[in-house]
Ligand binder design. Structure first.
Ligand code: HEM
Length: 148
């Protein structure tokens, strides 16, 4: 019995991906990142991928080949803000799917690591003036520690 079967198979992954894209559609940063106005095809690709990854049907590979997810995300500026928004949508989706605590933790752990790995863009200093300030402050405080 695979993880896919244990959590309820297609019905469960369908719920997760449906809720996830409902949340994406309402997110002002994530929604414009999707090239197609209709999120349906993107939802199909994500659910095929997740089902295959967790031991379900291998339709994703048959239709899309090797996932190479980091490469496939390169055209999109995935910065830490987008990553956190993506994870927030996913958190809502997992909550609504009501998996057992162990299944939830297993899936969430994977999704969190995958989302962190997908980041390919640093926040621009102009967009967050605090960023440079923080670095400067940190190196100053390091200097002062070294001097004492
Ligand atoms: C970290 C934030 C992320 C953002 C902002 C993001 C955004 C996107 C965007 C804009 C697309 C193109 C939509 C399309 O398929 O037409 C896409 C595709 C996809 N994403 Fe993500 N993604 C993120 C993380 C992830 C993670 C963690 C996974 C897997 C666990 C994932 C799985 C996929 C898959 C399977 C596709 C379709 C790939 C294909 O073309 O076959 N994404 N993503």
């Amino acid at each position: 019995m695979t993880f896919y079967d244990e959590v309820g198979g297609h019905t469960t992954f369908d719920t997760i991906v449906r809720v996830f894209y409902r949340e994406v559609a309402a997110d002002p940063v994530l929604k414009p990142m999707y090239p197609e106005e209709n999120l349906g095809p993107a939802a199909d690709r994500l659910s095929m991928f997740l089902e295959q990854y967790w031991g379900g049907p291998t339709t994703y590979g048959e239709q899309r080949g090797h996932p190479r997810l980091r490469m496939r995300h390169m055209p999109f500026a995935v910065d830490p803000d987008a990553r956190d928004r993506w994870l927030r949508c996913m958190r809502t989706a997992l909550d609504e799917a009501e998996l057992s605590p162990l299944h939830d933790a297993t899936l969430w752990d994977y999704l969190e690591r995958a989302a962190y790995a997908m980041v390919n863009t640093l926040p621009s200093p102009a967009a967050s003036p605090g960023a440079r300030q923080t670095l400067a402050t940190r190196s100053n405080s390091q200097d002062s520690t070294e001097n004492t």
